[in-house]
Design a protein around this ligand. Sequence first.
Ligand code: SF4
Length: 431
Amino acid sequence: MQFSSAQARGKHPWLSGDRRQLYPHSLQFYLEPPTENISLVEFESLAIDRLKLLKTVENLGVSYVKNGDQYNSKLESELRKLKFPYKALTDDDYEARRKDHISHFILRLAYCQSEELRRWFLQQEMDLFRYRFSQLTDSLMQKFMEHVDLSFEALTARSLPSIQSDERLQPLLNHLSHSYVGPDYSVQKNTGKISLEQIDALSVKSFPLCMRQLHKALRDNHHLRHGGRMQYGLFLKGIGLTLEQALEFWKKEFIRGKVDADKFDKGYAYSIRHNYGKEGKRTDYTPYSCMKIIMSNPPSQGDYHGCPFRHSDPELLKQKLQSYKIPPSGITQILELVKGMHYQLACQKYFELTHDVDDIGFSLNHPNQYFTESQRLLSGGREPKKEVINSGNTQQRNNSQESMNSNSTLTSSNTTTDAELEGLEAYFTED
Ligand code: SF4
């Protein structure tokens, strides 16, 4: 594939035979788009690596003092791991510089498509550039400043019309800006390990806020609209509900509302079987990642799907967090992260506060990852800071807004539920 015209290619130092001329410095201002042909496979792999790098930059930027020792050493280790240039002094790192150059332009294309994406991309690239510039020696800084042309050129978005007509590239670019690079939670190692009776307690202890909100809405209204059924249904499948359990779970709840059993069997059961790949194209659908939930299909009035950190009014979010007994200082931190559009980091903070750990210890990308990590931690797979603030039972006792069904299940059989959860938690300590 090609990024620019044959005319531009004709001027390129590539043709001079000395590839070092192409990247005379380890640091780049990305003034010229790449002009070489690369395969779609390499295109995607370069883009995914840069996305991983920028997510690390985002994560470190809110966890550590920027350009402090810990920030710098963790960023250097990520650059090394992903094979991007990490030391300005190395001359012979052509492949790393090439990767830096091409991957930057691919993400530029993917992230220029909306104001929100643009801002996120610019922020992470600026932080990355600042770090790398600060690592240069004085003489290299001087050389770099002499080398670059600081004149401004209009944003990448202008080249979108021509890119959009390329049928191979556009789906890839759209996908990239929503892309998820973690494990596939449709692969079931835990199918059938959860009983329906455990779900109320689990929703309080181990569900991320998006799924806790959907569960509560389902219990309160005995119904969820399509977007909610998809998001929550696939999440439940990912935590281990079998098709038979899912049919029973949704049916029991829906027939408590306005849907009778016959209507459920004729209408809703089909889409549940569909989610499990038993109808239609028989695709085994994958639970949604955070990026997909955050970036696509925003909820409208009467919907409960989406990401509460992205889609809730900040005042409502604050009230919800207060009702879940999150301490005021924690709420302030979460709202600050939300204001800076760091939605997944806000969710990580929520995890830390509800599990009473100082450092979440992983980078959150998926609601099912949140669940698995929570179960691992609660089972003793990771050490909590002190006895876990019982985000489950304590909150459940104190929180009159939490699901009525949830309360009745727990107060009538706390011991049984805890014993059942123990077995489940033990299961999640296995890798
Ligand atoms: Fe759910 Fe992800 Fe949003 Fe957390 S960040 S609430 S897991 S969508």
